[in-house]
Design a protein. Sequence first.
Length: 100
Amino acid sequence: MKATIGETVIAEANDDEIIRIEGNAYFPPASVKEGVLVESPTPYTCPWKGECQYFHIEAGSERLSDGAWSYPNPYPSAFDRVDADFSGYVAFAPGVTVGA
């Protein structure tokens, strides 16, 4: 599975490495291309997943503010709900194409 912005692939992983949460595909941290994510100061805490880290995406001439997010240290109870440890996995907002 790939995540692309414009013509640029920003993440790529095998389908069995993707964790699906609430309709979003979360990519393993190592599958995200180096240098495309820039930490955003946007705050958010999910009531069941925990504190979220947003990222701006910068790829070539494309920039998408708060276009990606991750849960660096999810609540331990969230692992049971998702049935996996998704610490640091990255999901993408509309504006990023996610597919085969």
